[in-house]
Ligand binder design. Structure first.
Ligand code: ZN
Length: 631
């Protein structure tokens, strides 16, 4: 291209670039006669994951008290976690989002259209002087990642990537706009599964699985005898539904609310979805109808039976598309059965798994990683925060550039406006800063970490090299962090050595046999207190004769028989309470109606690491709709 034509192209692009002033759009929406607006400074307590530095762009943040600081709101996608705070009476600012999300906001949430502004995909626009580009997030229909180029005083741009909720995939990395953000100043990262344990199959594998089960059982039983129930949210999992319909040659029955969403998404022609129950044996049900899913699955066979009787079927097969749960192992699909009911847990996450997150960060090489999920800003010294930091250490250790910095971008708060802070806030800030302080990675550390990475990410590796003593200690410590506190060092040693020093495998093996391990500790402690003869470090050999073997507690066995795939958290919880309380809880849980264990989950500081890590991600009842975070 000649210099002249290049200049013409640039000029044309300039002409095409949509230039928006959010304040003016907002004033027009308000039908206001004034021409300016003033907002107070963004306070230091504002969650750093929800605003873009040096702007007033608030991301997925519509809840009071975070709504008084801006007229520019961005919504990454149409999930309750993100749009919580929006209602038909919304008038606090302009919501920028994708076309599809815009439609969903107007059609289903009844947000006044004058407060919603649809931005194009893969097409830069200027909002308040900043270049904004929306790219696909591979999460739910309409979901986007937000790319921001923010001019600074020196005529230089700061570049930020906000992933919203996303499932990273290779085609994403070919997006030329995203490539332009390699080396960006920060990535606001969907850290839902930022943990080495969080590995699960690809979306395609999961869809294949559902299709094969529907096909096999459907043929075996024939029409009107077996009912298939697929649990989804109001908006979500459309990909599975469409594929099941196409490949099993059946329509999918949905309720009116889901149909309303599907119409907006372009499925309103009746080809795939129907509201007429008699037209299909594959019905969509609400998210928690088949049971609670997080952090481990608790089936609700009672409701399944009610539905079966009501609809006149002989058998019910349920599918629960999960994210990562304790049941999820790579390439495995857990099934829970009772009488004529079966429930298949299908890892079909719309969030990136651990490996995908690492790959994405490695690709983008950001200067900072700001987690958007799972951080509890009021408890910065929590074990959970520490766990999250460790995962980022792991991410940055992998990268070639040792100078890359990661951590919380608390400094952003200072640059936005001069903000008055009280001494306490300063202390919190300082603690936070220290916690996520950038670490210069020394060459020795790099060597060690690259060894770690090889253990973590090559679970099938046959490499039987025994690591050095120092490396073994690191592996033992890392494994310990993923296990309940009652697990002894000898048990951990047995686990990692029998798993070829592979941490993921060791932790997986543990949760498959947690009862055995727990019983070993109990028996050992009983023996120890009776005889006072054993050393605390006496080796305990692992039982290989199958789970539940030596349990003498009938109620425990009864309960476990219903959730035999997922006993882990129960024991994890029990390990912190007295045997009598444990018995009581067991009896409570054996009630037919499965209840939330949220109270138990939040009990006590001795909560095992893995539980506390994820319990922070648990839905807060007051916020509602948070289960979608895990899927
Ligand atoms: Zn989401």
């Amino acid at each position: 291209m000649s210099a002249q034509s290049a200049a013409t192209a640039t000029a044309n692009e300039r002409v095409k670039t949509l230039t928006l002033d959010s304040t003016q759009i907002y004033l027009t929406a308000l039908n206001s006669t004034t021409s300016t607006l003033s907002f107070p400074p963004i306070p230091s307590s504002f969650p750093p994951s929800n605003f873009i530095p040096n702007t007033r762009f608030l991301i997925d943040s519509f809840r009071h008290p975070f709504t008084a600081f801006s007229a520019s709101y961005f919504l990454s996608h149409f999930h309750p976690d993100q749009y919580s705070g929006l209602s038909p009476s919304w008038s606090k600012g302009i919501i920028f989002c994708s076309h599809l999300t815009c439609l969903l906001l107007i059609e289903t949430l009844k947000i006044p259209p004058r407060f919603v502004f649809a931005l194009p995909l893969n097409d830069p626009v200027l909002v308040d002087g900043c270049e904004v580009i929306l790219i696909d997030a591979n999460h739910c229909p309409g979901s986007v990642q937000l790319l921001f180029k923010v001019p600074t005083k020196n005529g230089i741009f700061e570049r930020y990537v906000h992933t919203g909720d996303f499932r990273s995939c290779n085609p994403m990395k070919l997006n030329s706009y995203l490539i332009g953000f390699v080396g960006c100043d920060a990535i606001f990262l969907d850290t839902t599964y930022c943990d080495p344990k969080c590995i699960f199959p690809s979306q395609e594998e999961s869809i294949d699985y559902v299709v094969s089960v529907v096909d096999r059982i459907g043929k075996e039983f024939g029409r009107r005898r077996v009912l298939f129930l697929i649990a989804t949210y109001v908006a979500g999992k459309e990909k599975i539904l469409v594929e099941v319909a196409r490949r099993c040659k059946t329509k999918i029955c949905v309720d009116g609310r889901k149909m309303e969403i599907l119409r907006v998404l372009g499925y309103g022609d009746g080809e795939v979805f129907t509201e007429d129950e008699s037209e299909s044996d594959v019905h969509v049900v609400g998210w928690s109808v088949l049971g609670e899913t997080w952090p481990y699955f608790r089936p609700n066979f009672v409701i399944m039976e009610e539905i079966m009787v009501e609809k006149g079927y002989e058998k019910v097969v349920g599918f629960v598309p999960t994210g990562w749960t304790f049941e999820v192992k790579r390439n495995k699909f857990a099934v829970q059965t009772k009488d004529t009911f079966e429930i298949h847990l299908v890892p079909c996450s719309e969030h990136s798994n651990y490996d995908e997150l690492k790959e994405y960060v490695k690709f983008l090489k950001p200067k900072k990683v700001i987690p958007t999920v799972g951080m509890d800003f009021e408890k910065l010294e929590s074990k959970h925060a520490d766990e999250m930091r460790k995962q980022f250490d792991g991410l940055i250790d992998e990268m070639d550039n040792k100078d890359l910095l990661m951590g919380f971008h608390r400094g952003n708060c200072e640059t936005v406006e001069k903000v008055e802070r009280d001494a306490n806030e300063e202390r919190v800030m300082e603690r936070n800063k220290n916690m996520f302080e950038i670490k210069t990675v020394e060459s020795n550390d790099m060597d060690v970490s690259s060894n770690d990475v090889s253990y973590v990410h090559k679970p099938d590796s046959q490499d039987s090299t025994i690591p050095s003593e120092e490396e073994r200690e690191r592996i033992i410590e890392e494994t310990r962090d993923s296990l309940p506190k009652w697990v002894t060092r000898d048990q951990i040693l047995d686990l990692v050595s029998s798993s070829r020093w592979n941490i993921v495998e060791a932790v997986s093996n543990f949760y498959e046999h947690e009862i055995e391990f727990y019983e070993q500790v109990s028996v050992f402690r009983t023996f120890e207190s009776a005889s006072h003869a054993s050393s605390p470090n006496s080796p305990i050999s692992l039982s290989k004769s199958g789970p539940f073997r030596s349990s003498t507690d009938e109620s425990v066995n009864t309960n476990l028989s219903q959730v035999s795939k997922s006993p882990s958290l129960k024991l994890t919880r029990w390990s912190n309470i007295s045997p009598s309380k444990r018995k009581k809880n067991t009896e409570k849980r054996s009630n037919k109606k499965v209840k939330s264990n949220s109270k138990l989950e939040s009990s006590g500081s001795k909560q095992p690491t893995i539980t506390s890590f994820f319990s922070k991600l648990l839905p807060d009842d007051s916020k509602g709709g948070k289960t979608d975070r895990k899927n």
